[in-house]
Design a protein around this ligand. Structure first.
Ligand code: SF4
Length: 442
């Protein structure tokens, strides 16, 4: 309900990672709680918030493109640019037309109060204070009406300083959310009907709050009634305790899913990247996990074109990814970032070569994903359905495959055991003979 009908309209756009999405949802709730009316990004609004990303040059360019689009839709919109690019490139962003606020990561969760305190004719407000290492809480519950799975932020920042990455500057040093504050939000999300929570953060394996670690968080979430699945969005390979793998193997609420960034399949490049493992250690871990957790889906991130990456280095990455039980990869073209140490390394790779390497890995990823999907034909899996359209219900298994099943009724937010009967591209076709009487809708 709109508390104050004279309040303004606002729209949101999120660039970048799942953590940004999770934060936007919470920020949106703080505005809604104050009576703002949230409209679609393609509709004119009084205030537009863009939660920016600076992981690559493309992310930077996307902000400028979005600002132009907003100005074409409504030249009197006041624009707030918040997040990573705002933290790193405040001068550039403050000069873009109609940008009223540039708000960094340390204070962006308080955006609503900043917007309210700004006079209509005020000059651009640039607020990007230094981010301190402090435990934190979140200002609202991120109930997400548009997605079946809800994100829950438990951690921010990073101390690892990988040489290609600006995150320790854009988001500050590693810090963790107050343990009880996580549980408060998780309980509220479960009470609102969310059956799956996705744990998000920058380096979630380093979570630490008054002696509690990531496993403590997962075990506490498992106790919450109504919550059926807990998924970890992405985790650094060196921070995964063995107990976590055992939990997946035991069939707990923890999804059989791991996204662990590899970045390169060659030790020389890994060393230059300042990653904390060797190819051999990573491989052993992936093999062990795949042997321990039946039907687990393992995904990874790879960077192509890191300075000094030769054809031989790249080929070793391809060969490794071909042989390891990794089921898909996100491929990133190397992008020089101002604060990242790798900016000083010699051996820049030709953009045409980067493009070709990226294409090679994307094709390989698609093939491996298809093979994984095919390997699940004939198995029974539990699917959390997300939508029903044109007589077909679509959802995800806990091991992160998309399943489609004929249905004449809306299965949104129903959890059902289904038989996977065939594979069509990147979708598995499912059927069930169960009655729906046990399913609960949100
Ligand atoms: S682990 Fe490395 S890549 Fe990941 S956020 Fe930290 S510094 Fe960046």
């Amino acid at each position: 309900m709109v508390k104050n009908p004279s309040k303004k309209t606002i729209s949101f756009y999120t660039l970048g990672c799942r953590l940004n999405q999770s934060e936007t949802t919470v920020i949106q709730r703080t505005f809604e709680n104050d009576g703002y009316h949230v409209v679609d990004f393609n509709h004119p609004a009084d205030v537009v918030v863009i939660n920016t990303c600076t992981v690559t040059e493309n992310g930077d360019a996307e902000t400028r493109r979005l600002v132009s689009k907003v100005n074409r839709l409504n030249p009197s919109t006041r624009i707030a640019l918040i997040g990573c690019q705002a933290q790193m490139q405040k001068e550039k962003l403050a000069h873009l037309p109609n940008v009223q606020w540039v708000v960094g990561n340390g204070v962006k969760m308080g955006l609503q109060a900043i917007v309210e305190a700004t006079e209509p004719q005020a000059p651009p407000q640039v607020i990007t204070p230094t981010i301190h290492r402090e435990r934190f809480t979140m200002p609202a519950v991120g109930i997400d009406r548009f997605h079946t799975r809800a994100n829950i932020k438990i951690q921010d920042g990073c101390d690892f300083f990988c040489s290609f990455c600006e995150i320790p500057y854009a988001r500050g040093r590693a810090r963790s959310r107050v343990f009880d504050d996580i549980l408060l939000e998780a309980n509220a999300l479960a009470a609102a009907g969310h059956k799956e929570l996705v744990i998000t953060g920058i380096n979630v394996g380093t979570y630490e709050d008054e002696g509690k670690n990531l496993l403590d968080v997962i075990e506490a979430l498992e106790q919450i009634e109504g919550l059926k699945r807990i998924r970890i969005s992405s985790i650094e390979p060196t921070t995964i305790p063995d107990r976590l793998i055992q939990k997946m193997a035991e069939g707990s609420k923890l999804c059989r899913y791991l996204h662990i960034p590899l970045q390169s399949g060659h030790n020389t490049i890994l060393q230059e990247m300042k990653r904390k493992y060797t190819v051999e250690e990573f491989s052993r871990f992936v093999q062990y996990t795949n042997n321990t957790v039946k039907e687990i889906c393992i995904g990874t991130d790879v960077i192509v074109g890191f300075p000094g990456e030769t054809d031989e280095h790249f080929q070793q990455t391809v060969d490794l990814l071909k042989t390891l039980p990794i089921h898909y990869f996100h491929v990133f073209s190397y992008s020089k970032r101002t604060m990242a140490q790798s900016g000083h390394l010699p051996g820049a790779v030709d953009p045409a070569v980067i493009h070709q390497r990226s294409k090679t890995l994307r094709h390989l990823s698609q093939r491996k994903r298809d093979l994984f999907y095919q390997s699940l034909v004939g198995t029974t899996q539990e699917v959390l359905f997300e939508e029903t359209k044109g007589g077909m219900a679509a959802g995800m298994t806990d091991n992160f495959v998309r399943a489609l099943m004929p249905s004449n009724i809306d299965l949104h937010n129903h959890l059902k055991r289904v038989d996977l009967i065939s594979c069509q591209g990147s979708t598995l076709l499912a059927e069930t003979s169960d009655s729906l009487s046990h399913a609960h809708s949100r």
